[in-house]
Write a protein that binds this ligand. Structure first.
Ligand SMILES: Nc1ncnc2c1ncn2[C@@H]1O[C@H](COP(=O)(O)OP(=O)(O)OP(=O)(O)O)[C@@H](O)[C@H]1O
Ligand SMILES: [Mg+2]
Length: 229
């Protein structure tokens, strides 16, 4: 069993259009990996620009953080439904609404379960970490819009260096610097880190722009950044 978080950040292009070619490629890659390895797989999809656009407008109307988070959760579920459509018969037909519902689905099906968000106050990375914990997954793969974890936010600091490895304690300190809010949980939020830390879940970060990175990581390649305990 392996768990993959696909960042909503890679699902939309510069013009805010849905990157449907990438979604098709993911469906093909996921199909190949599950056929080749005969392993179970759960995917969590983030909210990306869809969530951020909706949340920005809701905030303008005075929506609370909790309401904004719910918009983020529903956006991620909508994105998840696109991947479910692309995976067709290989995917369970609907994203679960909670970890309890996920566990029910997981008992019932061998198909890929594609999830969005679960509850306010946490990101889809926390969803991915909870799922990896409850299923005792062999690895949690975080595919995002950068090559891995850097020494500093590469979006803000052009001098930031890509790290091959990082300890969970270092990642925790680094991520604690970010102020989190609905629609903005950069890279890996504190809730997700606590879950990964307490259960020592193998965690790897890599670029999601190339779905083949998933195949490579599942076959043991150390691309991007590995988290060590
Ligand atoms: N130390 C760091 N290393 C790498 N990225 C970092 C770091 N600190 C902050 N970031 C930021 O985190 C971003 C990735 O997280 P972001 O939440 O934007 O995308 P995502 O999680 O893939 O998408 P979504 O949240 O929609 O699922 C990067 O683009 C980068 O700017
Ligand atoms: Mg994120």
């Amino acid at each position: 069993m392996f768990v993959v978080k696909i960042g909503g950040s890679i699902l939309f292009d510069e013009e805010n259009q849905i990157n449907d070619k990438l979604i098709s490629k993911y469906a093909k890659t996921i199909r190949n990996v599950i056929n080749d390895t005969e392993k179970k797989c759960t995917i969590i999809v983030g909210g990306g620009k869809l969530a951020r656009k909706y949340i920005a407008i809701a905030r303008k109307y005075g929506a609370s953080e909790e309401t904004s988070d719910i918009i983020g959760i529903e956006s991620a579920k909508l994105n998840a439904r696109l991947l479910i459509s692309a995976l067709s018969d290989n995917a369970y037909h609907t994203p679960p609404n909670s970890i309890e519902e996920f566990k029910e689905f997981f008992k019932q099906t061998k198909k890929v379960i594609v999830c969005g968000g679960f509850k306010p106050g946490q990101s889809t990375n926390a969803v991915a970490a909870s799922i990896a914990e409850t299923t005792n997954a062999e690895i949690l793969i975080n595919l995002t819009n950068v090559e891995g974890v850097y020494s500093d936010d590469p979006g803000k600091n052009p001098e930031a260096k890509l790290l091959d490895t990082i300890t969970i304690a270092e990642l925790e300190t680094m991520m604690a610097k970010h102020q989190i809010k609905a629609g903005y949980y950069p890279l890996f939020d504190p809730t997700a880190i606590q879950i990964v830390k307490r259960s020592k879940i193998p965690l790897q970060f890599a670029s999601g722009h190339n779905p083949e990175n998933l195949t490579k990581i599942i076959s043991g390649a150390k691309i991007g950044t590995s988290v060590i305990f």
